[in-house]
Design a protein around this ligand. Structure first.
Ligand code: ZN
Length: 297
């Protein structure tokens, strides 16, 4: 394996017509990936893909945006159905389905989990964020997955997204408070809690707090078309930085606007090296080491 994309969604419906071809291109270019579950159904699918492909690992868990108010029959590219808080929490219980999946060595992380306070702008253009009760549910789900990760000694794959309202920064603040509280009461088991912050969008001070917790941070193709992350990319030590595609979304330049896939992670790694003023080869080797350390491969 020459490159690793530590976060993509190969189970996405976007690959239903040609998933095998995407996997063939990955093998040809010697690219590995962790394919991420967004809820139980998607985690099962991620697990199946990982089981069938040597260069694919799975991350299982429930994305905060996949919580539903009540059972429904809608199937989106990300979540599926019946993801009420009650159902999801029971899926993580000792006789729940996640317990069956987590015992397989191809399952290397728990998530993507965390807090997402981003809500689409209303039709009037007003900025908004998720309501208080939704935040409360997200926190309960997040804590459940932290405890699950501690129980099985697996790293977390964090998804944290801020709102674009005046409270910008609150999602990172709340997530860090929760993670720090687990480290603080830590017995020897809790102390092992670590992981990676996917699609990192915080500033240097937020990055410092994650580094203190032992978390690495990964960046997507977005860095190939904005300078917003340059400062924090330069700040993070080489042994705590990772590259990802978050495919099928946010394809890097020169594929911007097209469907993304794990082979494009090479563009993200090249850009990271350019921003940091490092050689692509040296940085890429370190990223491979980081991947093996954090996900215990
Ligand atoms: Zn994702």
């Amino acid at each position: 394996m020459k490159y690793i994309d530590i976060h993509c969604h190969l189970d996405s419906l976007d690959y239903d017509s040609d998933r095998e071809e995407v996997l063939v291109r990955m093998r040809e270019k010697e690219i590995g990936t962790i394919t991420i579950g967004a809820d139980l159904e998607s985690s099962k699918k991620a697990f199946e893909i990982a089981e069938q492909n040597e260069n694919v690992w799975a991350c299982i868990g429930v994305h905060p945006n996949c919580l539903t108010e009540k059972s429904n029959n809608t199937v989106s590219t990300l979540g599926h159905k019946d993801n009420t808080l009650e159902t999801v929490l029971s899926d993580f219980s000792p006789d729940g389905y996640f317990e069956k999946l987590v015992k397989n060595p191809k399952v290397v992380a728990i998530g993507e989990c965390g807090l997402d306070y981003f809500a689409p702008r209303s039709s009037s253009g007003a900025k908004s964020e998720v309501g208080f009760s939704d935040k409360d549910k997200q926190k309960k789900l997040f804590k459940k997955q932290i405890e699950f990760a501690i129980k099985y000694n697996k790293p977390l794959m964090l998804h944290i997204r801020d709102s674009h309202s005046a409270n910008s920064g609150q999602a990172y603040e709340d997530a860090l408070d929760i993670l720090e509280s687990y480290k603080k009461v830590a017995g020897p088991e809790d102390a092992k809690l670590n992981g990676n912050v996917h699609f990192f969008a915080g500033d240097v001070s937020v990055a410092k707090r994650f580094l203190d917790l032992g978390f690495s941070m990964s960046f997507t193709g977005v860095i190939t078309f904005t300078h917003d992350y340059d400062e924090v990319i330069k700040f993070i030590p080489q042994d705590f930085i990772m590259a990802e595609t978050d495919a099928p979304w946010v394809a890097p330049v020169p594929f911007r606007g097209k469907r993304n896939e794990p082979t494009y992670v090479i563009e993200v790694i090249k850009k990271l090296a350019e921003i940091r003023g490092e050689s692509v080869e040296v940085l890429n080797n370190q990223i491979l080491k980081n991947f093996k350390r954090v996900f215990k491969i």
